[in-house]
Design a protein around this ligand. Structure first.
Ligand code: PEP
Ligand code: MN
Length: 263
């Protein structure tokens, strides 16, 4: 059960050797998509140097248009494994289909369920049967209750290692890609013992807004953030407009020092 009523203390979920939840404030970072060995290794080294603990990167990409880059697939997973071995950072990557679960488990430390699949109950049950940590992103138009019940599917299938993630919801506002719902972070922390992360990259869709909203995430009590970074965002194959440059990532980590150290 994900409710605090049944477990008053915070759950701590371990991604590799990195604890998420409880007293920790964790920063996960990396590119939206794995694009090549040099792209991934360069950004991985950079974010690691500045204090990221978990490497993100999409290999199976849920793109709005079928004509956009769909990800490197298994080759991307292999590059993530290689980057993990070189940097020591465990990895998180999205699994889109039940048929991909075993392969993603082979190479990756934490399975991401993307916003578009938050209510794909067959997939939730499948990742629930793995026992691997799962980063569950809130659906684009999902209520907080629906998000918590989606987490319940994974836990009920036998996997307690769920991390919730607020990544912005669709509202009438069009000036930003999504509207980051910080209410949800505070409420989910009260209602559930599971760790709650914030994704300010998809939450805003604007790289200049990622650092201020990361500070807000820390202040509201999130257990960490997951952010997109690319050393050459204008060349990125997906989500370049929201990717932090290496320098911007360094600045972000500088500003988060009080939270990261207090944790
Ligand atoms: C992503 O993390 O790159 C992603 C596609 O996220 P979301 O499912 O939140 O849109
Ligand atoms: Mn993305």
């Amino acid at each position: 059960r994900v409710s605090r009523d049944v477990q008053p203390h915070d759950s701590v979920v371990h991604i590799g050797n990195v604890p998420v939840g409880g007293q920790h404030f964790v920063v996960m970072a990396g590119p939206c998509s794995v694009e090549s060995e040099s792209q991934l290794l360069s950004v991985a080294e950079r974010v690691k140097t500045h204090g990221a603990r978990v490497l993100r990167g999409g290999a199976f990409k849920p793109r709005t248009s079928p004509y956009d880059f769909q990800g490197m697939g298994v080759e991307g997973l292999k590059l993530l494994k290689q980057a993990s071995e070189l940097t020591g950072m465990p990895t998180v990557s999205e699994v889109m289909e039940i048929s991909q679960v075993d392969t993603v488990c082979e190479y990756i430390d934490c399975l991401q369920i993307g916003a578009r699949n938050m209510q794909n109950y067959g997939l939730l049950k499948a990742v629930g049967e793995t026992g691997k940590p799962v980063l569950l992103k809130r659906g684009l138009s999902a209520t907080i209750e629906e998000c918590l019940l989606a987490a319940e599917y994974i836990v009920d299938a036998g996997n307690p290692n769920v991390i919730l993630c607020e990544r912005g919801i669709r509202t009438y506002e069009t000036a930003t890609r999504n509207t980051l719902d910080l209410n949800a972070v505070a409420l989910m922390k009260q209602r559930s013992h599971l760790p709650v992360l914030v994704d300010p990259s998809h939450g805003t869709g604007v790289r200049e807004l990622v650092t201020p909203l990361s500070r807000a995430a820390a202040a509201v009590g999130a257990d960490g953030i997951i952010v997109e970074s690319h050393l050459n965002p204008s060349e990125a194959l997906s989500d370049g407009h929201q990717a932090l440059t290496g320098d911007m990532f360094a600045q972000l980590m500088q500003e988060l020092t009080p939270f990261v150290q207090a944790a």
